[in-house]
Design a protein around this ligand. Structure first.
Ligand code: KG4
Ligand code: ZN
Length: 345
C-alpha cells in the first residue's frame, strides 16, 4: 500500500511517500533557523511556517516519489503528541487530501512513528521489544509486546535527554539545538576531568531525571569562572565529555535494569534525535550484548532519527497490518499530550 504521510508536530514540515517499510520520498523542511534565536521552538511561529510550506512540501514529496497523486492509496498523519497549533496544519492538509483523493485517512502517534523508524526493514523483529525513545521532547522506555500493545515502563521526570544536551550546549556557547555539536566536542574531551553526578542511578524503578545534571553543569561553570579558569577548547571539551558520560550512564543503567527484570524482552529499538549519537549507539549495543546478546536496531539513516514523515508512513503500515482502521476525516482532532499507551483506546 502506497501511503502519503505528514508530520507537522514540531518544527519540521515533513511529507513522505512510503510503501511498506520502503521509502519512495521523505521531504523534511526544517524551520530550525527561525527558532534558533529564541533558544527553542515558538509554537505559533511553527504554525505559520508549516502553513506557508505544507502545500509545496506535499507536492515535492509526490514528485520525488516518482508517482502521482492518483497513486496514493492512503493518507497518514501525526495527531499527537506535539505542539497543538503545529499539529493542526498537518491534520487539516491530511483531511483535505483524503477527501480530494477519496482515500482512507489513518492517524499516527508521533512517538510510535519514532519507534517504527528503527523497525528492521528486511528482518523479522523479535517481540517483545524494548523501545528506547530519546528525542528533544521525550525520553521513554516503551515495552512493546506486539504492535499495538505499548507500555511506558519508564520515562524522564523532567527534561528529555535531547533537551538536556541542548541546554548544556547553550551553557557551553554551542548554540541551539546543540546536541550534535556537544557530542562532536565530547569526542575530544576527557570525561573524568570534571566528574558530574549520574542522575537517578540509585533510585529504584526505571524513571530518569536530567534537570539536576543541567544544574551540575551550571555550578561547574560558575566554579570554574570564580576560580579564573578560562573556558578554552580543552576545558569545554572535557565538560562536554563529562556531561555526555553522565547523561548516557544514567540511561544505560536503567536499560540494564529493565533488561534484567524483563527476561522476555527479545530485541531493542533505539529511536529519536539522540539515537544519531555514535557513542550512545556503542554503549547501548554493549549493554544489550552483556545482558543477553540481544539484537539492537537503530534507524537505518540519520534522517530517520530526527523528525520525518517516513516513520509516520511506517507506523501506519504496521498499524494497518495489525488491524488499525481509518478514521472519519471530519472527526479527527489533535491530541497534544497523546501517550503511546493510548494506542487503540
Ligand atoms: O527527535 P528529534 O529530531 O525532535 C524531537 O521530536 O524532539 O530530536 C531532536 C533532539 C535535539 O535535542 C538534538 O539536540 C538532539 O536530538 N540530537 C543529538 C544528536 N543529534 C541530535 N543529541 C546528541 N547527539 C547527537 N548526535
Ligand atoms: Zn520527534
Amino acid at each position: 500500500m502506497r501511503i502519503l504521510s505528514i508530520d507537522t508536530s514540531c518544527d519540521e514540515t515533513s511529507v513522505a511517500v512510503t510503501s511498506g517499510l520502503s521509502i519512495e520520498s521523505n521531504v523534511v523542511s526544517s524551520q530550525v533557523r527561525y527558532h534558533k534565536k529564541y533558544g527553542g521552538v515558538v509554537p505559533f511561529l511553527a504554525q505559520r511556517l508549516h502553513t506557508e510550506r505544507i502545500d509545496s512540501v506535499v507536492d515535492l514529496a509526490i514528485e520525488r516519489s516518482g508517482s502521482t497523486e492518483k497513486d496514493m492509496q492512503a493518507v497518514a498523519v501525526t495527531y499527537g503528541p506535539g505542539l497543538a497549533p503545529a499539529l493542526q496544519v498537518g491534520i487539516a492538509k491530511a483531511q483535505a487530501l483524503a477527501a480530494e483523493l477519496k482515500i482512507p485517512l489513518y492517524t499516527v502517534d508521533h512517538m510510535i512513528g519514532h519507534i517504527c523508524s528503527a523497525w528492521p526493514e528486511k528482518k523479522e523483529l523479535a517481540l517483545p521489544a524494548l523501545a528506547i525513545l530519546v528525542s528533544g521532547g521525550h525520553t521513554e522506555f516503551v515495552l512493546m509486546k506486539t504492535f499495538g500493545n505499548f507500555e511506558i515502563v519508564g520515562k524522564t521526570l523532567d527534561d528529555a535527554l535531547g533537551e538536556a544536551y541542548d541546554k548544556a550546549a547553550i551553557m557551553l556557547g554551542l548554540g541551539y539545538p546543540g546536541g550534535k555539536a556537544l557530542a562532536t566536542l565530547a569526542t575530544s574531551g576527557d570525561p573524568e576531568h570534571f566528574p558530574l553526578p549520574v542522575p537517578m542511578a540509585k533510585n529504584a524503578g526505571y524513571d530518569l531525571s536530567y534537570s539536576g545534571l543541567k544544574t551540575a553543569v551550571r555550578y561547574l561553570l560558575r566554579d570554574l569562572h570564580d576560580n579564573g579558569v578560562e573556558l578554552d577548547a580543552v576545558v569545554t571539551a572535557d565538560i562536554a565529555a563529562s556531561f555526555e558520560y553522565s547523561a548516557q550512564t544514567a540511561l544505560c543503567k536503567k536499560i540494564e535494569r529493565i533488561l534484567r527484570d524483563h527476561p522476555e524482552i527479545a530485541s531493542v529499538l533505539v529511536a529519536g534525535g539522540v539515537a544519531a549519537n555514535a557513542e550512545l549507539r556503542k554503549r547501548i549495543r554493549m549493554v544489550a550484548k552483556t545482558a543477553r546478546d540481544l539484537p539492537v536496531f537503530f534507524p537505518r539513516s540519520l534522517k530517520l532519527c530526527g523528525d520525518n514523515a517516513a516513520m509516520i508512513g511506517f507506523a501506519a503500515y504496521l498499524g494497518i497490518q495489525a488491524g488499525q482502521k481509518p478514521v472519519l476525516a471530519e472527526k479527527l482532532d489533535r491530541v497534544p499530550y497523546l501517550l503511546v499507551s493510548d494506542y487503540g483506546k
